[in-house]
Write a protein that binds this ligand. Structure first.
Ligand SMILES: [Zn+2]
Length: 313
């Protein structure tokens, strides 16, 4: 059974890296009224969601407020897309040409709310724009010497105004892994911060000096007391909330014993496909949202879309 692509790995716009240093092309693109701009701040952009197909709300370069600008790419028709780090939608004070209030049927939304509603083009643009905007929001000062940095390479790097060092958008690798026992049952766990019934597969950040596979083995042991082998990479998804890359794995264990750490994980259990189906249909388990790679990994193991949860009463 073919599952749909991971929601945040979709894209239709060429990232156009060679154009990031072409100042003539960049100036012409910004002067072109066909160029589309999205305003992004705090992980949100303005989307149209009026009952039809949801989509990003673009402005022209003329309408865009001042702010850090970054090239997102160029589509097959030659239309250039930029992002600007600025409050989406809402009035921008005295800035000339600023949007004056939200249009009807529009709302601010982040990837969690809108990532799965958008078209391939818009999902890709928003994922890229939020990742860059999140980085620019915290990259104003040089990590080496503390002086101001300036934007270079069409918003894909910054350079220190004092020592000239160049800095690139950072991205923290995290592993997320579906572990199965000798009966091919799947390990699902509840994080201590989650409400009752909410479960997912285990995940954690890759540490410095560690491979992704080593991180899988370490995290599963730390969180669930389970020793895994046969660690196999499956797929990845950007998760710019604020700046992660989720690396999805499968892993197997020869044991069924679980010892949760109680610090991060409150409880963990093995589920057969049949157990899981029943638990979801009875409302005993709440699964991760469809946007997430955890859901995708669970459905890949399950062999299809998970059943729907009962409607809340
Ligand atoms: Zn510096």
């Amino acid at each position: 059974m073919a599952l749909p692509a991971l929601a945040l790995t979709r894209s239709q716009v060429e990232r156009s890296a060679p154009l990031r240093t072409d100042t003539e092309w960049l100036a012409a693109a910004w002067a072109d009224e066909k160029t589309r701009v999205i305003l992004v701040k705090d992980g949100q952009a303005l989307i149209k969601d009026d009952g039809g197909d949801a989509g990003l709300v673009f402005v022209s370069p003329d309408e865009a407020p001042d702010g850090v600008r970054f090239l997102l790419g160029v589509d097959a028709d030659g239309v250039a897309y930029f992002g600007v780090l600025a409050q989406p939608g809402a009035p921008q004070g005295d800035q000339p040409g600023a949007p004056q209030g939200d249009q009807p049927g529009t709302r601010k939304a982040g990837l969690r709310e809108a990532g799965h509603l958008l078209s391939d083009r818009d999902a890709g643009l928003l994922t890229n724009a939020i990742g860059l905007a999140n980085w620019h929001a915290v990259a104003g000062f040089c990590p080496r010497c503390g002086h101001l940095t300036e934007v270079i390479m069409a918003g894909h790097a910054r350079k220190c105004t004092n020592d000239g060092s160049e800095h690139f958008p950072r991205c923290d690798p995290a592993v997320i892994m579906l572990v199965t026992d000798p009966d091919d049952r799947c390990l699902l766990a509840r994080n201590v911060q989650w409400p009752p019934k909410r479960v997912s597969i285990l995940a954690g950040f890759v540490e410095t000096g560690e491979s992704a596979e080593q991180a899988v083995v370490r995290e599963v042991f730390e969180e669930a007391g389970v020793t895994v082998s046969k660690v196999a990479y499956q797929a990845s998804q950007p998760w710019p909330m604020p700046h992660s890359l989720m690396l999805g794995f499968r892993a197997e264990t020869g044991t069924t014993e679980i010892n949760v750490d109680d610090e991060e994980i409150a409880e963990a259990n093995w589920y057969s496909r049949e157990d899981l189906k029943k638990a979801i249909e009875n409302g005993d388990l709440l699964m991760p949202p469809s946007l997430s790679i955890s859901r995708w990994l669970i459905e890949t193991w399950y062999g299809g879309k998970l059943p729907r949860a009962p409607k809340p009463t």
